[in-house]
Design a protein around this ligand. Structure first.
Ligand code: H2B
Length: 98
């Protein structure tokens, strides 16, 4: 299956069962990460950027002080959730220290 083909509800819900804190809304998966400082939040964003470049898949990021909101959706699939979004979410979970 192509990695940038839209997944169905069942596939997304099944995958999210193994991704704590991630929710599915508006054709995207999202998670809020909370840190102890602004510098820590920005360090996390930089770490995410390495993963994004390595997968050639780029998150929507929002930072407010010590908080980072990540939204993952696949533009090439018409802004739908694909395997590549799940891959990036799993990669983020693998190094997240929250
Ligand atoms: N990021 C996201 N989130 N969705 C995409 O469809 C996407 C991407 N496509 N990063 C990639 C880059 C594509 O434009 C390049 C050419 O591989």
């Amino acid at each position: 299956m192509p990695k940038r083909a839209p997944l169905n509800t069942e596939e997304i819900e099944l995958a999210l069962a193994d991704l704590p804190g991630w929710t599915w809304e508006a054709e995207a998966i999202q998670k809020r990460f909370q840190f102890s400082s602004f510098k820590e939040a920005i360090s996390f964003i930089v770490r995410v950027s390495f993963e994004a470049e390595s997968l050639d898949h780029h998150p929507e990021l929002k930072n407010v002080y010590n908080r980072v909101d990540i939204t993952l959706t696949t533009h090439d699939a018409g802004n739908r959730v694909t395997e590549t979004d799940l891959e990036l979410a799993r990669a983020i979970e693998s190094f997240s220290w929250t």
